[in-house]
Write a protein of this length. Structure first.
Length: 44
């Protein structure tokens, strides 16, 4: 099953629901958007 395979349909990702991940730089955190998009089926 290909999620979001129809590129004419809108796909929405709520980035505020994604967890923060530590960055290699001290004091910096980030949200991993690429992994979230792959899970949605929008990439890959």
């Amino acid at each position: 099953m290909d999620l979001n395979a129809d590129l004419h349909q809108r796909a929405v990702l709520d980035t505020t629901a994604l967890p923060w991940a530590p960055s290699p730089m001290a004091g910096v955190e980030r949200r991993m958007l690429v992994g979230a998009l792959i899970r949605l089926g929008s990439l890959g």
